[in-house]
Design a protein around this ligand. Structure first.
Ligand code: 5AD
Ligand code: SF4
Length: 472
């Protein structure tokens, strides 16, 4: 069956689930506990799943113990993420013993792997419903089947590469909004499971994205992030407008930027191989675009980059970073780094360190290589022990900390326009973020959350910048 369902089918199944739950709970409002692991793409899917749950009549709870329905939206990118899910799902057995009517569901990248789905089927009999990444829009139908069919439902069918535009969204956050522009990935980096579980690249219709952006801005969201595994290849794989116009990512950025309002426009993730000068120019010229570029380099050695199938060299990457800084002198660059790719030597790892020193990233997401079954890298010899890789990781973190400390100290006394994102419950201070994606903590009233303000950096303690609000 196709991935997508019509709005009418969706409505019908939502209504059916609503009626079944009403009878099952004697009219009490059903409570859902949902949790999403992993990247923002998954968070965005989770918001659509919650939207469907709301349409099925569910309210939400933070406690699995109180829930009538529990769902984990899982991630497969590293083994550690999967282990956490197995642990948490195992623990639900006791919750289910206490509440036999409880329905437990799993979805997302991890369960799209056949081996994982089989393990859940065999060893976790208390899980009632498992559905993969290609059938999210069929969630109400699958839940209805679970509730009425008397047996467990496992639906992992593959994509037909269509996109369902009919899903309701229940956003988690009132400041930051996620706006998916494309799904899937065609890059097949040799270490990565994502293309295997998320399917081929497909881009959303530009008019739908623009309409959603307009709605978000009208609703007052001050911070919008365009999402895709590789936003730079937006519209490369499929036509995205019915009027026959050609689109690409820089054009999309410019069109969204024309929407009036006080908001920051961000995007992630950019693959360096597709990051063009045209994009950097658009970023520099757009009014709303944050001067922040998350440009995952993964490592600094040309031999390892080739083995990773990344399609750029260290030199090409450094040139991109140089052009980005030339066009936007205040730009903040961030990156993902994998330590200990199979066969990486200590000397090659040192090339990553030298690249980091050269680029001077604002911050890094760092990962020790994790074997993903079914990927080409899983078949490579991996002679370096995990303990050794952990030592390399320490060295990497120390290098980055020194760079961050230098940057933090240089920022003391400077002024920035920040968005107040939330309250730190530990000390009642406010989390604020500069357009360049740097977090500053300021004392202030919680009513400021969601607003832009001017702040001056006053100190840098343990890599955290402190500031005070000042008038413009
Ligand atoms: N092991 C470690 N890190 C990985 N990533 C993706 N796959 C793996 C893996 N097998 C990291 C990459 C990517 C980020 C989202 O996760 O750095 O950019
Ligand atoms: Fe994975 Fe590479 Fe695709 Fe990113 S670009 S999702 S690292 S395959």
């Amino acid at each position: 069956m196709a991935e997508t369902v019509s709005a009418a089918d969706l409505q019908e199944y939502c209504q059916l689930v609503r009626s079944v739950m009403e009878a099952r709970l004697d009219g009490r409002t059903p409570l859902a506990f949902t949790h999403t692991y992993g990247c923002q793409g998954n968070v965005s899917d989770g918001e659509r799943i919650n939207g469907m749950l709301a349409q099925m009549g569910f309210a939400f709870t933070d406690s699995p113990e109180n829930a009538d329905f529990i769902l984990y939206n899982t991630c497969a990118v590293r083994e550690h993420a999967e282990d956490r899910v197995f642990g948490n799902v195992g623990a639900l057995k006791h919750v289910k013993n206490r509440n036999p009517k409880l329905i437990i569901a799993l979805c997302g990248c991890m369960v799209q792997q056949e081996k994982v789905a089989n393990r859940i089927y065999q060893s976790y009999p208390h899980v009632n419903l498992v559905f993969g990444t290609h059938v999210i829009s069929r969630f109400p139908e699958l839940l209805y089947k679970t509730l009425t069919g008397g047996k467990r439902v496992f639906e992992l069918s593959q994509a037909d590469n269509s996109i369902c535009e009919e899903l309701p969204v229940r956003r988690d956050n009132q400041v930051k909004a996620w706006l998916p522009i494309m799904y899937g990935c065609d890059n097949f980096c040799t270490y990565c499971i994502v293309p295997h579980v998320r399917g081929r690249e497909r881009s959303r219709d530009a008019s739908k994205i623009l309409a959603e952006a307009r709605d978000l801005i009208a609703a007052g969201y001050p911070d919008i992030t365009l999402l895709g595994q590789n936003v730079n290849s937006y519209a490369v794989k499929n036509a995205v407008s019915s009027d026959g116009e050609d689109w690409n990512f820089p054009k999309l950025l410019r069109e969204i930027d024309k929407i009036e309002g006080d908001y920051v426009l961000r995007f992630m993730t950019s693959h360096p191989k597709d990051c063009t000068e045209e994009l950097l120019t658009a970023m520099a010229e757009c009014q709303h675009t944050a001067h922040h570029l998350h440009l995952p380099v993964q490592c600094g050695s040309n031999r390892v980059l080739k083995a990773m199938n990344r399609h750029y060299t260290r030199e090409q990457y450094l040139e991109l970073a140089r052009i980005a800084r030339e066009k936007m002198p205040d730009i903040s660059l961030t990156s993902d780094i994998i330590v200990g790719f199979p066969g990486e030597t200590y000397e090659e790892f040192q090339e990553t360190l030298s690249l980091i020193r050269e680029v001077k990233y604002t911050s890094l997401f760092t990962f020790i290589y994790s074997v993903r079954e079914g990927t080409p890298a899983a078949k490579l010899d991996d002679p370096v022990t995990h303990a050794e890789k952990a030592k390399w990781m320490k060295e990497l973190l120390a290098t980055q900390e020194a760079i961050a400390a230098e940057r933090c100290n240089a920022m003391i006394g400077t002024r920035h326009r920040v968005l107040v994102e939330g309250v730190d419950a530990r000390d009642d201070s406010l989390f604020c973020r500069t357009g360049t994606n740097i977090v500053v903590k300021c004392m202030g009233q919680p009513e400021l959350v969601g607003q832009f303000a001017e702040c001056e950096i006053t100190s840098a303690k343990n890599w955290v910048l402190q500031g005070k609000f000042v008038s413009r």
